[in-house]
Write a protein that binds this ligand. Structure first.
Ligand SMILES: [Zn+2]
Length: 251
């Protein structure tokens, strides 16, 4: 760090521009990383919801199936009773007994018909539910494919950004070594003050590249001379001429 004093203002400006560009790249990586995991977890939530819906429909179908089974038992019991009564009717002793048995048979026949109607309605209901289930299953499978894609995209991006992050962090460290502490301190302070993280800006179309405040020609020529650090009167950002700004590249 003792060598810092040996750098010219122009070199310091170059380094601070470099630091700004590297830091902006790091900011972009953070944004990228910040959004993808949210997308993935949103998708996971949706799939969980769809699975719950699928389970609910399956339970409903089971319930209806149980109802149908009960009705089938009812039919079986009534049928057995009818058989029994028919046998009894062969040995009736009088008219009254015959009437009574016939009434029982009639009642059981009615039971059977009612149960058959219930089974028919319930079977239609199962058909409807089966359609709903099919739709839910398709939705789950679409979302799952989508999720798989997003996850691998995320993993790839994380792997890539990790590599880039390391590269940029190293470059930022190097750039910091070429700037004096006072300038670094104000750079860090200004960067924190602005949401876009820009502390160093070029003069663009005779204005400050940060706040677009007009820069008088006299000041512009001072900036071009690169003999001292000049900040914007309006926003406080460090200003450089666009030539110097363009000359600094970050890879
Ligand atoms: Zn400004």
């Amino acid at each position: 760090m003792s060598t810092v004093k040996d750098f010219s203002v122009e070199e310091k400006l170059s380094s601070i521009v470099k630091l700004q560009k590297v830091d902006s790249k790091l900011d972009n990586l953070q944004v990228l990383k910040g959004e993808l995991p949210i997308e993935v977890s949103d998708l996971e939530d949706e799939i969980e919801g769809l699975h719950a819906r699928q389970n609910r429909i399956e339970e409903e179908i089971n319930g209806i199936q149980q109802f149908i089974d009960q009705k089938k038992d009812v039919i079986k019991e009534s049928q057995e009773l009818i058989n029994k009564y028919e046998k009894q009717s062969e040995n009736v002793k009088n008219n009254r007994e015959f009437e009574a048995i016939n009434k029982e048979i009639e009642m059981q026949t009615l039971e059977v018909k009612l149960a058959e109607k219930h089974i028919k309605d319930a079977t239609e209901e199962i058909g409807e539910k089966a359609k709903q289930l099919e739709i839910a299953k398709k939705a789950v499978s679409t979302k799952e494919t989508n999720l798989k894609g997003k996850k691998s995209e995320l993993e790839k991006i994380i792997a890539e950004t990790d590599k880039e992050e390391k590269n940029y962090n190293k470059q930022a460290e190097d750039a910091r070594q070429h700037v004096d502490d006072r300038l670094l301190l104000s750079y860090d302070r200004i960067r924190k003050n602005y949401r876009n993280g820009l502390a160093v800006v070029p003069v663009e179309r005779d204005s400050c590249g940060g706040c677009f405040n007009a820069i008088p020609p006299q000041k512009q020529s001072e900036i071009k001379q690169r003999k001292k650090i000049i900040v914007c009167e309006n926003c406080g950002r460090i200003m450089v001429d666009d030539e110097l700004n363009d000359a600094v590249e970050v890879k």
